[in-house]
Design a protein around this ligand. Structure first.
Ligand SMILES: C[S@@+](CC[C@H](N)C(=O)[O-])C[C@H]1O[C@@H](n2cnc3c(N)ncnc32)[C@H](O)[C@@H]1O
Length: 272
C-alpha cells in the first residue's frame, strides 16, 4: 500500500492514507507503550456508563480496534459502531475476535451520514482523532449531534500546549523513543514526526475545553493519565445537554431512560 505523496507534508486530508501504510505495524508500535490500552480503558470508564448490553456506542477513529476494546471493557455486550477512514486500519481491526454487537464501518467522520451512520448514540469515544480532523470544530459538532440528549462523550487526546514541562517531556519522548522506534518498526518516520508536530500545535487544555463548549457540550471536565503521559494525554469529558431533547418538558427533569448515565467516578487521577 503506497503512502501519501512524499512531496506534500502530512496533514488531516492525507492522514488516513498514512495510517493505511502503517496499519500492519500499528499494534506493535502501541504495544511498546505499556499504558496505551490502560489509558484508553480509563477514558472509556470515565464516562460512567452503566454496564448495560442495551447501550449503543460509537467509536470514531477506531483504528485497529484498541479503543473499541476499551469501550467493550467498560460496557461488555454493548452494541458498538466502530468507524475509521483508513481501510487498512479497519482490516487489522476486523482480524480480531469481536462479540456479535460490534460493527466496523469504513467512513470519514465528515461523511458518516452518507455511510448510513446516524444517531442517537448512548456514548461516544473519540481516541486520538479530533486533533487530526481538518476542522475540529465541525467534527465536534457532528459528534454532539450524534449523541442522545444527556449522553456523554470522551475525547481521549494529547494536549501539551499549556505546560512547558509537558512540551519538554513530549519532545523527549518523541525524538528519543517514538520516532526512532517508528523508523525501526515501519521503515518510515513521517507519521511519527506528524504526531510530534500535531501535538505541539494542538490546543492546550483550556482551548480544547472552550472548543467543546462552543460545539454545544455541557458538563465539561478534564482528567489526565498516569506515567509520562500525565498532563500530556487527557480524557475530555462532556455531554450533550439534556435540554436538547425536544421531547423533554423543561420542568419535568431528566427522562427515565437517562438514569443509567452516571457521573464519572470520583478519585480518578488528577485534573489535567
Ligand atoms: C491514532 S489512530 C487511533 C486509533 C484508535 N482510536 C486507538 O486509540 O488506537 C487515529 C485513527 O483515526 C483515523 N482517522 C483520521 N482522520 C479521520 C477522519 N476524518 N474520520 C475517521 N477516521 C479518521 C485514522 O485512520 C486512524 O486510524
Amino acid at each position: 500500500m503506497p503512502g501519501p505523496d512524499p512531496r506534500r507534508p502530512l496533514g488531516p486530508a492525507s492522514l488516513p492514507r498514512a495510517f493505511d501504510a502503517h496499519a500492519r505495524s500499528y499494534d506493535r508500535m502501541v504495544a511498546s507503550n505499556r499504558r496505551y490500552h490502560d489509558h484508553l480503558r480509563l477514558s472509556a470508564r470515565r464516562m460512567g456508563l452503566a454496564r448495560s448490553s442495551g447501550l449503543r456506542l460509537l467509536d470514531v477513529g477506531c483504528g485497529t480496534g484498541a479503543s473499541t476494546a476499551a469501550l467493550l471493557d467498560a460496557v461488555p455486550g454493548a452494541q458498538v459502531v466502530a468507524v475509521d477512514a483508513s481501510a487498512e486500519m479497519l482490516a487489522q481491526a476486523r482480524r480480531k475476535n469481536w462479540p456479535p454487537g460490534v460493527r466496523f464501518v469504513h467512513a470519514r467522520l465528515e461523511n458518516l451520514d452518507r455511510a448510513g451512520i446516524t444517531g442517537p448514540f448512548d456514548a461516544i469515544l473519540a481516541a486520538y482523532l479530533v486533533r487530526n480532523l481538518p476542522d475540529p470544530d465541525a467534527g465536534l459538532r457532528v459528534l454532539h449531534d450524534l449523541l442522545r440528549p444527556g449522553a456523554p462523550i470522551a475525547v481521549h487526546e494529547y494536549s501539551a500546549r499549556d505546560s512547558l514541562r509537558s512540551r519538554m517531556v513530549w519532545d523527549a519522548v518523541c525524538w528519543g523513543v517514538i520516532i526512532p522506534m517508528g523508523r525501526l518498526r515501519s521503515g518510515s518516520t513521517e507519521l511519527y514526526r506528524y504526531l510530534w508536530r500535531s501535538v505541539r500545535e494542538f490546543d492546550g487544555v483550556g482551548a480544547f475545553t472552550d472548543r467543546m463548549a462552543r460545539a454545544g457540550f455541557t458538563d465539561i471536565r478534564t482528567q489526565t493519565m498516569t506515567g509520562w503521559q500525565t498532563h500530556i494525554v487527557h480524557t475530555f469529558l462532556g455531554r450533550r445537554p439534556v435540554e436538547d431533547d425536544p421531547a423533554l418538558d423543561a420542568d419535568a427533569g431528566r427522562p427515565a431512560d437517562l438514569a443509567d448515565v452516571e457521573t464519572p467516578p470520583a478519585g480518578s487521577p488528577s485534573v489535567g
